[in-house]
Ligand binder design. Structure first.
Ligand code: WT7
Length: 638
């Protein structure tokens, strides 16, 4: 079956078929992959439990689909083009053949270090080729990877390691990001003080900084590779995995509690990421695809590693940041590697736009034919700039909406095939059945409606559970609206039936495309010894999309406010990571609360948005006068 739809008519026909006969549709897609043994049943599902199984009893290995199956025809084709942080360092290109070799070697390293099928492996690496190598090596032997983004703190790493009971950690001495060196091994050392499950740590040399190495626990990546070489076992057969065996865990924040481990399984995730990659970007075999995300997030898992590689594509990965050494870095990479498809986030576009057109004008971007956006709503100004300055008005922009839990893109234009409109994710992909519901759960039919976005039918890439706590998965995603997956997003379907995502309707912030849970952040702030209570809300931020605004009640002791702000930020960096630091901290004597003690975030949101006219009736609050006081304080903050 052809994965790419040809034109709009083909899209419509394919979409209709996929809804009428979803099992037949997905079976056709799945057959384009290599299975060790075919499934006996395409789909069984029950959203109430939830219990979702795709390609039941099918046997498969995703690393084999990403590597081995391309070797015969495309062994010398570049699989990964790696661009280093420092432009004066040489790029590295790994062909499919070379990548397979490295994955097999490292898979044997993992085995030598006691990793077995089903074991959990935590990966905390910079954006270097060894990161996808480690991921694919885990997949090859059936170990479950849990990648932790390099911006998270020691505390966050140890929470994740303990939750999944990882037995091994893969890290590096340090990593480069712009002008900074991040001391990854030292952060891991701090994390491991409270992690009893970890037996081994494999340390890659990248920054060549001094690190502590503990005998019996810590080993060097390079030494372990030499051992494997001297053992003379260059190959590592791909483990036979069940379609529903867990492939990986990826932690993500929600509106309550600690981050949860989203679980993706092997067969469905493989089929879904491969399919959406090919179709949405209309990938042609010679094209160079560059996704600027970090592999620590789902976008990198699905569209740097698994999606492109399962389709035999050439995937560019970049170690650094788009603004270093200057704001032209991304355009230099496009020019240097002749990138055809660029997939990035609105926050990056806005920051490069703000830096000035002189960084993009004059760069040769003529290779670009298609553009993508992901992670947050894109404002019209940024969309237009991206279209004109980067795409020169000739490259369709696919505004792809999806979530960590979804595995891959759900609602998006198909490049050059379906229409685009600034700020709109447009239409559901074949196989995806979105519905809008009102607060009471009534399905809103027809066009020109807005409500909460749900998906009423399973797709292969959806999460199956949350690690170690299935009930939490049911509660979070399947209990708000009966028989449907609830996304947490608000959405408009306009008169033409086009979808526009309007943002989260729960207490989750989206800061520079990163998901921040307000409850998690409040807990971190409340751990500061001088803090009595706090409340977090998002506010519109010109570059980050949303900024973090913290209202904080301090104890009665006299404080140096600026110093206390620094202390609070340092506390947040320790507990969660620097990405969660508030942009604004306003000290308040109290918070607006109902008589039952519930914080009225709605009022705080109105205050930070400057929407003072629509705060509404405050007379039922425990102390209505506090609203005036907070308003006055807020006016002085900006
Ligand atoms: C949340 C998911 C998708 C991978 C990266 C983020 C928001 C995502 C869009 C978009 C408007 C978007 C949603 C969603 N979001 N893409 N194209 N337009 N909003 O994954 O960290 O799981 O965050 O990001 O609010 O729920 P994530």
């Amino acid at each position: 079956m052809e994965l790419k739809v040809k034109d709009f008519d083909d899209y419509q026909k394919t979409y209709d078929d996929s809804v009428k006969n979803p099992e037949e549709f997905w079976e056709g897609i799945a057959e384009t992959f290599f299975w060790k043994k075919k499934w006996t049943n395409v789909l069984s599902w029950d959203f109430d439990k939830p219990d979702i199984k795709w390609f039941e009893n099918g046997k498969v290995n995703i690393s084999e689909n990403c590597l081995d199956r391309h070797i015969y025809n495309n062994g010398d084709k570049p699989a990964i083009i790696w661009e280093p942080n420092d432009p004066s360092e040489a790029a590295r290109i790994l062909s499919y053949k070379q990548l397979l070799e490295k994955v097999e070697q490292f898979a044997n390293v993992l085995k030598n270090n006691g990793v077995r099928k089903g074991d959990r492996v935590c990966i905390y690496l910079p954006m270097v080729p060894e990161l996808p190598i480690a991921i694919l090596a885990c997949a090859r032997i059936g170990a479950i990877h849990s990648v932790v983004f390099g911006g998270f703190s020691a505390q966050s790493i140890s929470d994740r390691i303990n939750d999944a009971q990882c037995s091994l950690v893969i890290t590096a001495d340090g990593g480069f990001r712009g002008s900074k060196v991040i001391e990854l091994k030292s952060i891991v050392d701090d994390a491991l003080v409270t992690c009893d499950s970890v037996e081994k740590v494999i340390v890659l040399t990248r920054a060549r900084i001094g690190v502590s190495m503990i005998k019996g626990r810590d080993v060097w990546w390079e030494d372990e590779i030499h051992k494997v070489e001297s053992q003379g076992n260059p190959v590592c057969p791909a483990e036979e995995m069940d379609a529903e065996d867990t492939l990986f865990i990826l932690y993500t924040s929600g509106s309550t509690g600690k981050p949860k481990g989203v679980v993706h399984t092997t067969g469905g995730y493989m089929v879904y990421t491969g399919y959406t990659f090919s179709n949405v970007f209309q990938y042609n075999p010679e094209e160079i695809f560059f996704c600027t995300a970090d592999i620590g997030w789902i976008t990198g898992h699905s569209y740097i590693v698994y999606g492109p590689l399962s389709q035999g594509a050439t995937s560019v990965m970049f170690e650094g940041v788009p603004t270093w050494p200057d704001a032209g870095r991304m355009w230099d990479i496009v020019e240097k590697h002749k990138v055809n498809i660029l997939y990035t986030a609105p926050t990056a576009i806005r920051s490069l736009m703000a830096a000035g057109d002189e960084y993009v004008d004059g760069k040769d971007l003529s290779s670009i034919t298609k553009l993508g956006s992901v992670g947050e709503p894109i404002n019209e100004e940024a969309w237009n700039w991206y279209n004109e300055k980067v795409g020169k008005g000739k490259a369709p922009i696919v505004d792809t909406w999806w979530q960590t839990e979804n595995g891959g893109i759900l609602i998006s234009p198909i490049a050059g095939v379906t229409p685009t409109k600034p700020g709109y994710a447009m239409l559901p992909l074949p196989g995806v059945q979105p519905v809008l519901v009102d607060e009471k759960g009534k399905v809103l039919e027809g066009n020109g409606v807005s409500g909460n976005l749900c998906i009423k039918f399973p797709w292969p890439g959806m999460l199956r559970t949350t690690w170690g706590d299935h009930e939490r998965c049911r509660q979070t995603y399947f209990s708000t609206y009966k028989g449907m997956y609830f996304t947490g997003d608000g959405c408009l379907r306009d008169e033409d039936g086009h979808y526009r995502i309007t943002g989260r309707v729960d207490d989750v912030l989206n800061v520079s495309g990163h998901r921040i849970g307000t409850a998690e952040l409040e807990n971190a702030i409340n751990m500061h010894s001088d803090v009595v209570e706090s409340a977090i809300v998002g506010y519109p931020h010109p570059v980050k999309g949303q900024g973090i605004y913290a209202f904080v009640i301090l104890d009665n002791v006299h404080h140096d406010e600026d110093l206390t702000r620094k202390d609070i930020n340092a506390t947040v960096s320790r507990i969660i990571g620097a990405i969660a630091k508030p942009d604004i901290i306003q000290f308040v004597p109290d918070l607006p609360k109902t008589r039952s003690g519930k914080i009225m975030r709605r009022i705080l949101r109105k205050i930070v948005e400057g929407d003072l006219g629509s705060i509404g009736d405050v007379s039922t609050l425990l102390d209505p006068s506090i609203v005036e006081e907070i308003k006055d304080g807020a006016a002085k903050m900006k």
